[in-house]
Design a protein around this ligand. Structure first.
Ligand code: XUL
Ligand code: CO
Length: 437
């Protein structure tokens, strides 16, 4: 059997003292933390599009990375790509993967041909999944690359485009179900607008909801028991995307009665593009009962676009894992590295260094988040901060037992209130103490 990464050994945990760049220093898959292995806490996934497909193009330059897998015919290339993906997941000890329909198989001249290509590759994937014991975290349909989707897919002004998108989703969902996928994602790549001068926003959003309802109904009818996710992003490629952030998506879901059918797939770099922190978006999802899955990556604070870099910031991964643990941890979701090596990191081993650093970063985040919880100082501070609502007038406010007039009477009697410190700097130094102390 051809090896696609012959110079890469199986990556193993060697501990924090190891200087071997092809080893995990912090990710020890079988290590048990709070009753669960790191593997089960983190549920790492490989993004097929960045890892197996992306060639390092940008708007100023062509590909820098060879992703031909030793073949020229597109279908042969796709088969080799699938085979290579299992070698890569096996060597990195990653249990899951995620794909768009058009990542795994080339688009044909007709829809029938595209579907046939998908079936052919699904055969190869199914075989690889069995042989290597790998699982599909989620599937999705690419409804943004082809020119037919330039005005959107579900929110296109053209009914034929809507129908094509529905057909594509139907097939992507069938392949997801066939491969035992635990989730299906909607990322509204071109579901938004460039100018309101040509856009009926209310109609477009209602249509999007129609497409989502149809997808859920069809998915359940063919036995899909996984989670449906929406992945918010404020902009790029469109100037304004309808799934701007978690709060906007929650309002959309509630408007159209879809809130019981969808959870969030929160992406770090999308959060920052929406001028939020990753932690903020995770918290908003959790408090709405909609935490589902994560696209792990990071942006660059000096750049205003989706750089999809591998995560390396341990503060960020700690606070993210803190939110994830508080939300109950992953059930059907996981940590999908929607991340790619820079285009100048174009050697095969760079993909391995990238994943190792991302996986180690989240392994550290997981450990540190538990340290934060066990330490208790931050949680206790937050709980104490609201102590006035636990008794007296505060408890009555929460129980709905007082009126505006009662509160006026209380305030008049009580006089000026004590302005209580928020202690941000102290808490930030406690965080450092826990991380490095
Ligand atoms: C794009 C993005 C997508 C989704 C899946 O910014 O994140 O790759 O994760 O369509
Ligand atoms: Co993503």
């Amino acid at each position: 059997m051809t090896e696609f990464y012959p110079n890469i050994p199986k990556i193993r945990y060697e501990g924090s003292k190891s200087k071997n760049p092809l080893s995990f220093r912090f990710y020890n898959p079988e290590e048990v933390i709070a009753g669960k292995t790191m593997r089960d806490h983190l549920r790492f996934a490989m993004s097929y599009w960045h890892t197996m497909v992306a060639e390092g193009t940008d708007i100023f330059g062509s590909g820098t990375i060879d992703k031909k897998y030793g073949a020229t015919d597109p279908l042969e290339q796709a088969k080799n790509k699938a085979r290579a993906s299992f070698e890569l997941m096996d060597k990195l000890d990653i249990d899951f993967f995620c794909f768009h329909d058009r990542d795994i198989a080339p688009e044909g001249a007709t829809l029938e041909e595209s579907n046939k290509n998908l079936d052919a590759i699904a055969d190869v994937l199914e075989e690889g999944m069995k042989k290597y014991n790998k699982k599909l975290l989620w599937g999705t349909a690419n409804l943004f690359s082809n020119r037919r989707y330039m005005n959107g897919a579900g929110t296109s002004p053209n009914a034929d485009v809507f129908a094509y998108a529905a057909a594509q989703i139907k097939k992507a969902l069938e392949v997801t179900v066939r491969l035992g996928g635990e989730g299906y994602v909607f990322w509204g790549g071109r579901e938004g607008y460039e100018t309101l001068l040509n856009t009926d926003m209310a109609f477009e959003q209602a249509n999007m909801a129609r497409l989502m309802r149809m997808t859920v109904d069809y998915g359940r009818s063919i036995g899909f028991t996984g989670d449906f996710y929406i992945e918010p992003k404020p902009k790029e490629p469109m100037k304004h995307q309808y799934d701007f952030d978690v709060a906007t998506v929650m309002a959309f879901l509630k408007t159209y009665g879809l809130e019981k059918d969808f959870k969030m797939n929160v992406e770090a770099n999308h959060a920052t593009l929406a001028q939020h922190t990753f932690q903020h978006e995770l918290r908003v999802a959790a408090i709405n009962g909609a935490f589902g899955s994560v696209d792990a990556n990071r942006g660059d604070t000096l750049l205003g676009w989706d750089t999809d870099q591998f995560p390396t910031d341990v503060y960020d991964s700690t606070l993210a894992m803190y939110e994830i643990i508080k939300a109950g941890g992953f059930t059907k979701g996981g940590l999908n590295f929607d991340s790619k090596a820079r285009r100048a990191s174009n050697a095969p081993e760079d993909v391995f260094y990238s994943y190792i650093s991302g996986m180690d970063c989240f392994a550290l985040g997981l450990k540190m988040a538990y340290k934060l919880i066990e330490d208790g100082r931050i949680d206790n501070f937050v709980s104490d901060r609201y102590a006035t609502f636990k008794e007296g007038i505060g408890a009555k406010i929460v129980a709905g037992e007082v009126s505006m007039a009662d509160l006026e009477k209380y305030a008049l009697e009580k006089g000026e209130v004590k302005a209580q410190s928020g202690r941000q700097e102290l808490l930030e130094s406690i965080l450092n103490d826990i991380l490095f102390g």
